[in-house]
Structure formats: C-alpha cells, structure tokens
Design a protein around this ligand. Structure first.
Ligand SMILES: [Zn+2]
Length: 152
C-alpha cells in the first residue's frame, strides 16, 4: 500500500503570510513539526524531529526561526522550573500545569478560576494596572507518572 500524504501545508503558509513572514520551506518544516509534536516542545525536540529529513538545518537555525515566530505572534514561550524554554502554538488564553517529574505541560483553562482572579484584583483595589490576560502556571509532580492528570 502506498500512503499518499495530501498535506500541502496551506494552513501553515497562511499562518506565516498573515504574520507578515516570508513563506520559506524551512519555516514551513519547523512550524509543521511544532504543530505535530503538540507538547510545548523545546528547540531540541523540534530539531530532533526534522534533522534526518532536513540535514542542512542546524540547531541554531531552528532556534532563530522559533524566535522569529515568537516575535511575530505565532508562538508564545513557556518557561519551566528547569529553565528550559518551551514553545506553544496555541495562542488562545490558557494556563498550564507543569509536571516537574515528567516534564509535561498540560493546557488548562477554567473560566471560573479566571473570574475569581479578576475579582480578587478588583476587590484588592490594585491601582494603576489594566489586566490584559492571565496566564496561570501550576507547578507540581505527577503522583503516578504512568497515569494522565484528570481534571473534573
Ligand atoms: Zn499551552
């Protein structure tokens, strides 16, 4: 059986153009790998995924490209306790649960929690601050590393 991949990367080309970036093969490959990894990857993880198929790409190039994506609003940075920079293609308002013992970052969003924080700041009468967004990061360890974290 021959598996034909019909992915023509049109969604990625569109993203790059909308961000005002030139559409290059390199940028497409790097953005595609970030979307496929879907785990808030590090530059090294991105590089590992694409190096075999793209031997001319260096780790430095991946790093520079990812920073360009951040500067043009295509990715946001997530820092971890280990001081490792991770990258997030999901740009909607959400928080993270970071598991120190498994290095997982789990997306988390709760309207009720956001409202509670906003109300808290309102009640405390914080002066001279306009809150634009709330990015909450909860750091912890998985109790059983083999199991998923369940949020009710
Ligand atoms: Zn995220």
């Amino acid at each position: 059986m021959i598996l034909v991949l019909s992915n023509n990367y049109s969604h990625i080309k569109e993203k790059l153009s909308e961000a005002g970036l030139k559409v290059t093969h390199q940028r497409i490959v790097i953005m595609d790998s970030i979307l496929r990894l879907d785990n808030h990857p590090t530059v090294e993880q991105i590089f590992d995924l694409i190096r075999d198929a793209n031997p001319s790409l260096s780790l430095g190039t991946v790093y520079k490209t990812v920073e360009t994506f951040v500067n043009n609003g295509l990715l946001s940075k997530v820092s971890t306790n280990e001081g490792q920079m991770r990258y997030d293609p999901k740009l909607h308002n959400h928080g993270h649960i970071y598991c120190g013992n498994t290095s997982e970052i789990i997306d988390y969003y709760d309207e009720e929690l956001n409202d509670m924080i906003l109300n808290f700041f309102k009640k405390k009468k914080v002066n001279n601050l306009k809150i634009k967004n709330i990015t909450l990061q909860i750091n912890g360890d998985k109790i059983d590393p083999e199991k998923d974290i369940l949020i009710k």
